[in-house]
Design a protein around this ligand. Structure first.
Ligand code: UTP
Length: 275
């Protein structure tokens, strides 16, 4: 049973400036719901109800969002708007939220290592809230949990991307061992197209075993001088401990303007279909 899910949310979100100058990227809404709320919903559906969030400066709105607002609830109680807070209230009632701060932005690997204090010695999920995922039929994290239960290995979500986009992602080198499941030999962070081992890109969902923290501690800074989770996972892959799952569903890169607009259009069309 995986109970904990870590949300690294300390990044600056420079691709979305000026919107992210004073507002956390994770609080940007797709329709009426912030990105991180979609992520926590996905974690809870996968059975993870202990939520750990790695924050940084200017991210207080995230902690306020996952707290009860008595004044607001009182204000709308008994009105047609009452239901508007039921989704977030459900999360607050069913999850615990813990926070730690990454004081220097030294990369995703460093953010995950900072989260060790919230995780301890257990297997945990990681969700990057700006990768918004819609699983078919189960959430992407639920699909990953099923694979973890079968193999007890680190699981990373992967998706095919066009070759001219591999330089934006961590890319895997692996062998397909069952339908959509790859045993990884290695992976490369943001390779040039002619150096990429495949066009299977790592997206923002991971299940990590606690040994990852020791590996991260001994991993040297990589691309851009940042501690890369990809480099630590490459070490674990050499020991045969990492699987890639080509998940069923869609992913929107909401850290980019194009992906954000696509996600908005997708969720809006879904909402219109439901009405
Ligand atoms: P990104 O590569 O998307 O970086 O980080 P970013 O700063 O959020 O956004 P841009 O590229 O400047 O627009 C991937 C994830 O890792 C987290 C981010 O919050 C995001 O969820 N992260 C990254 C950290 O928590 N700490 C870091 O030092 C770096």
């Amino acid at each position: 049973m995986i109970r904990k899910c870590l949300f690294p949310a300390a990044g600056y979100g420079t691709r979305f400036l000026p919107a992210t100058k004073a507002m956390p990227k994770e609080m940007m809404p797709i329709l009426d719901k912030p990105l991180i709320q979609y992520g926590v919903e996905e974690a809870l559906k996968a059975g993870m109800n202990q939520i750990g969030i790695v924050t940084g400066r200017g991210k207080r709105a995230i902690a306020d969002h996952f707290d009860i607002s008595y004044e607001l609830e009182h204000q709308i109680s008994g009105t047609a708007k009452e239901g508007k807070l039921s989704g977030i209230r459900h999360l607050i009632d069913h999850c615990t939220f813990s926070y730690t701060r990454q004081t220097e932005m030294k990369g995703l690997g460093h953010a995950i290592l900072t989260g060790e204090t919230l995780i301890g010695a257990e297997t945990f999920g990681v969700i990057l809230a700006d990768d918004l995922c819609v699983g078919e039929p189960d959430t992407v994290m639920s699909q990953m949990v099923r694979l973890y239960e079968k193999h007890q290995a680190c699981i990373i979500a992967i998706e095919e991307v066009p070759m001219d986009e591999v330089h934006k992602y961590g890319v895997i080198d692996g062998v397909e061992i069952e339908d959509g499941v790859y045993k990884l030999n290695g992976m490369v962070e943001k390779p040039a197209a002619d150096e990429a081992p495949s066009n299977l890109a790592i997206i923002g969902r991971y299940i990590l075993m606690p040994e990852i923290f020791d590996v991260l501690r001994t991993t040297a800074p990589g691309k851009n001088g940042e501690l890369q989770i990809t480099d630590a996972l490459a070490t674990m892959a050499k020991q045969g401990k990492v699987l890639g799952l080509k998940f069923r569903g869609k992913r929107f890169d909401c850290g980019s303007v194009n992906g954000f607009v696509e996600a908005t259009n997708y969720f809006f069309s879904q909402m219109e279909e439901e009405d």
